[in-house]
Design a protein around this ligand. Structure first.
Ligand code: NDP
Length: 403
């Protein structure tokens, strides 16, 4: 049994809190689930939702995770075994420092990026490896869907389907609609920084850069979703998978965007609203993207009007018994069904469920190794079983490797 403290009270944390409470009730794995974030009323709203749906009580606390002494004081008061960081990537290092100072294990869903440069890399968090090892603590990085489940799909495919993976294509399709003119399905500032960045993919040991969203392909998705245009982007799991999957020759990440989303984005970019350098506005300094993000819909509020499905998965091509082979491992998630269960849309759901699963496996001692780990470095089988049990069932289909 373990005590878990979730930090952050946005869309993803709302689902993770619900799923931690569900796991606590079903298996007793967590003997308490607590929640802390910058804005107390948001914590209270998450706790009220969990109480209403599951009759489970979550104590809530206010904390600014960038304030190291305040965060350590909270950790000493709550005494969690695991901190599940669902705040923003900017907080990762502060929360890892506090975990080390207070002897707490750590899980997150997105890698650190500095506020003033839209560049995310694992190097800052991998640099904590020895300190976590020496402290006998574990840090699990990127336990969302992508990164997260997509890393586990690759590890599972390598164990059960292929003897070697040569080509990996991760394809993220949101074929849903949220009924808004323009909205992002997770934190708008982080989402727009990611989408407007230069594309990058891994080929023959090198990173190849592309202009933002300049490469596209059409993919025919299963379960009635049909054909959608997918755009090449850099995504953080490519960095760890290119190191941890032996024999990988090419790894790329693709995401679907509607024409409408792209048009809005082009307009915002063209007038400077996606900029991250401060500008002077009537005597005050503001960051244009933060101003835009403040105007956009809160991702946690999108569930009620969201419909349609997401389909996120890995196409793995390589060798089986000396012959070319290919398989597609994916999950389909329905926005309306997620809303009915948890009050959230499918992007928060597909991130919050694996965040809980990563923490659950650590709490159970199934995944428990001192150090800093990405998900593909751990046994994929128990994670895959938990996906089926906690609302993200997956499929694996063989494909013609020649196509
Ligand atoms: P939201 O913006 O909805 O929520 C973020 C929460 O973090 C808010 O409650 C916010 O507080 C809180 N927060 C921000 N700064 C601090 C701070 N200094 N101290 C304490 N709390 C803070 O984001 P999402 O829920 O959409 O996303 C959460 C995380 O999940 C992000 O890091 C995102 O990148 C990641 N993610 C990962 C995915 C994956 O598949 N791996 C997919 C989608 C998201 P306040 O309420 O005061 O603003």
């Amino acid at each position: 049994m373990a005590k878990i403290l979730i930090i952050g009270a946005g869309g993803v944390a709302g689902v993770a809190a619900y799923k931690c409470a569900e796991a606590a009730q079903k298996t007793g794995v967590f003997d308490s689930v607590a929640l802390a974030s910058r804005t107390l009323v948001r914590c209270e709203a998450v706790a009220a939702n969990v109480r209403k749906r599951l009759g489970y009580d979550i104590p809530v606390f206010q904390v600014d995770a960038d304030d190291a002494p305040a965060l350590c004081e909270l950790l000493r008061r709550v005494r969690p075994d695991i901190v599940l960081n669902l705040a923003l990537p900017y907080q990762d290092l502060h929360i890892m420092d506090a975990c080390l100072a207070c002897g707490v294990n750590y899980v997150d869903t997105a890698n650190y990026e500095p506020r003033d440069t839209a560049k995310f890399e694992y190097k800052w968090q991998w640099a904590y490896r020895e300190r976590f090892q020496e402290a006998g603590l574990m840090a699990l990085l990127g336990s969302g869907f992508d990164p997260g489940v997509t890393n586990v799909f690759a590890a599972w495919g390598l164990r059960h389907k292929l003897d070697a993976i040569h080509v990996l294509d991760i394809i993220d399709c949101n074929a849903g609609s949220h009924g808004q003119a323009f909205a992002t399905n997770f934190n708008p500032e982080i989402n727009i920084r990611e989408v407007t960045a230069r594309g990058r993919y891994f080929e023959h040991g090198e990173w190849v850069e592309t202009d933002p969203l300049s490469w596209a392909m059409e993919v025919d998705f299963p379960d009635g979703i049909g054909k959608k245009r997918c755009y090449l982007m850099f995504h953080e799991e490519l960095e760890s998978l290119s190191i941890n999957l032996p024999g990988l020759r090419r790894a790329r990440f693709w995401m679907t965007f509607s024409e409408s989303y792209l048009n809005y984005l082009r307009v915002f970019e063209s007038v400077g609203l996606t900029g991250i350098k401060p500008v002077s506005f009537r005597g005050a300094e503001i960051v244009p993207l933060q101003f835009l993000a403040a105007l956009l819909p809160d991702p946690a509020s999108l569930g009620r009007h969201s419909s349609g499905k997401t389909c996120i998965g890995d196409v793995l091509t390589g060798l089986k018994d000396g012959a070319k082979a290919c398989c597609y491992i994916y999950n389909i998630c329905d926005h309306a069904r997620c809303f009915e269960e948890t009050g959230s849309q499918a992007i928060s759901y597909t991130t919050g469920v694996p965040a809980m699963i990563g923490a659950k496996l650590m709490a159970e001692g199934v995944w428990r190794k001192p150090g800093v780990w990405n998900l593909e470095q751990l046994d994929p089988d128990p994670f895959m079983e938990n996906l089926n049990q906690y609302g993200l069932p997956w499929q694996c289909v063989d494909r013609d490797p020649a196509q």
